[in-house]
Design a protein around this ligand. Structure first.
Ligand code: ADP
Ligand code: MG
Length: 371
């Protein structure tokens, strides 16, 4: 990657579009990624994540728009001239080659001499905690080990930018979670810029400096994990990040909003025009209604479901206005001994600062959207 005049490498994505016939896989995406940053592209299947990553890697060309590394326009530059490491969604390892053969591949392509190749392969294997695995065949490796080899191959030539397309999605939950932590540590150690594709909101929250939430080829919101979680810009982001329920609200006179017959208090600005919804994070809703005060919204309803999940319990509540909300409560001795029965009447409370109002799509009828 070339250095910009300012002395650092920003990846600048400018108004990218990608059309497949009438289908817009990308529809005007702009994004700046700072040197050394870990940015995730988070969105459902088909939202354009892989298309964007492939254009950054040079494996695909946009219909319009530009990509800059620093001040250099790389939009049409061949992949091998970009100095980018890439981990593809399906590993894309060469199955007939050894671990060493796979990792050495990008070095051979760059005409690195063989003693240097052996040294760098050994270093890369140490980084991904596979020291000594040089002569193993790909077919002899577990899913997690293959993933590490793919990672080692992406890092071995010391790229300044590493692109990762759902690298952990094939792994089981436990391995995925430990690899998330390892990848974060690796990112800190290497200092390389990483752009990471995932459809898993928890993974994005765990790993990222910033997250770009994508839908239908557009970035719906760009922000830090806490910004996205606490200040979602619309119903889509609110439903996609965290475990939340969207409840449609009514506007009443004087700019206030209400849920059924109860007027809502909020510590936040009310969205201007159009339909609005309340985004309720399951863990922010309190069952043991805290003492009086103006700081809480209270809703009456009845328990429709109780699901025990070990460390926590998920309780579904049908509110008296007919909408449903999900509540999650951590399990400890006291909470377990007072769990409500299905059908029992309850009151739940939501702090005004946790009362998140979002504009919502008129077409989509917001309903219990647990992530
Ligand atoms: P994601 O990685 O977020 O799942 P993709 O970037 O793979 O999404 O795809 C975005 C959209 O572009 C999808 O609707 C997909 O069907 C379409 N698409 C991707 N590649 C092609 C292609 N080569 N030809 C036609 N449509 C494509
Ligand atoms: Mg994809």
């Amino acid at each position: 990657m070339t250095r910009s005049a300012a002395g650092f490498d920003t990846v600048s994505i400018r108004a990218l579009t990608k059309d497949y016939g009438a289908m817009k896989a990308l529809d005007g995406v702009s994004l700046d990624v700072r040197e050394g940053e870990f940015v995730s592209l988070l969105g459902p299947s088909g939202s354009g994540k892989t298309t964007l990553l492939n254009i950054l890697g040079g494996f695909d060309r946009p219909t319009s728009g530009r990509v800059f590394f620093g001040s250099t326009d790389v939009t049409l530059l061949q992949p091998h001239l970009r100095n980018i490491g890439m981990v593809f969604q399906n590993y894309a390892l060469f199955p007939h080659m050894t671990v060493e053969g796979n990792i050495a591949y990008p070095l051979r392509a760059r005409n690195v001499e063989s003693a240097e190749i052996a040294r760098r392969v050994a270093d890369a294997l140490t980084l991904v905690e596979l020291a000594g695995y040089q002569t193993r065949r790909i077919g002899q490796l577990s899913g997690g080990q293959k993933q590490r080899v793919a990672l080692a191959r992406a890092l071995v030539f010391d790229p300044k930018l590493i692109l990762l397309d759902e690298p952990l999605s094939a792994l089981d939950k436990q391995l995925r979670e430990s690899m998330q932590i390892e990848l974060r540590q690796l990112h800190a150690k290497l200092g390389a810029t990483m752009i990471y594709v995932t459809h898993d909101q928890r993974e994005a929250l765990t790993m990222s400096d910033r997250i770009a939430v994508m839908r239908s080829g557009r970035i719906e919101q760009l922000g830090t994990p806490t910004e996205l979680y606490n200040f979602p810009r619309n119903d889509f982001v609110a439903s996609f990040v965290g475990e939340s329920t969207l409840v449609p609200l009514q506007r009443s006179e004087g700019g206030s909003v209400s849920l059924g017959t109860s007027r809502l208090r909020t510590g936040r600005p009310v969205p201007q025009d159009g339909p609005i919804a309340l985004a309720v994070h399951a863990e922010k809703l309190i069952l043991d209604s805290p003492g009086g005060g103006e700081d809480w919204n209270r809703f009456d309803g009845s328990v429709s479901d109780v699901i025990y999940q070990g460390e926590s319990v998920k309780i579904s509540i049908r509110l008296d206005d007919g909408t449903s909300v999900g509540l999650r409560q951590h399990c400890h001795h006291r909470s377990m001994s007072s769990l409500p029965q299905i059908g029992s009447r309850v009151q739940v409370a939501l702090h005004v600062q946790d009362t998140i109002l979002v504009p919502c799509d008129a077409e989509s009828v917001p309903q219990a959207l647990a992530a």
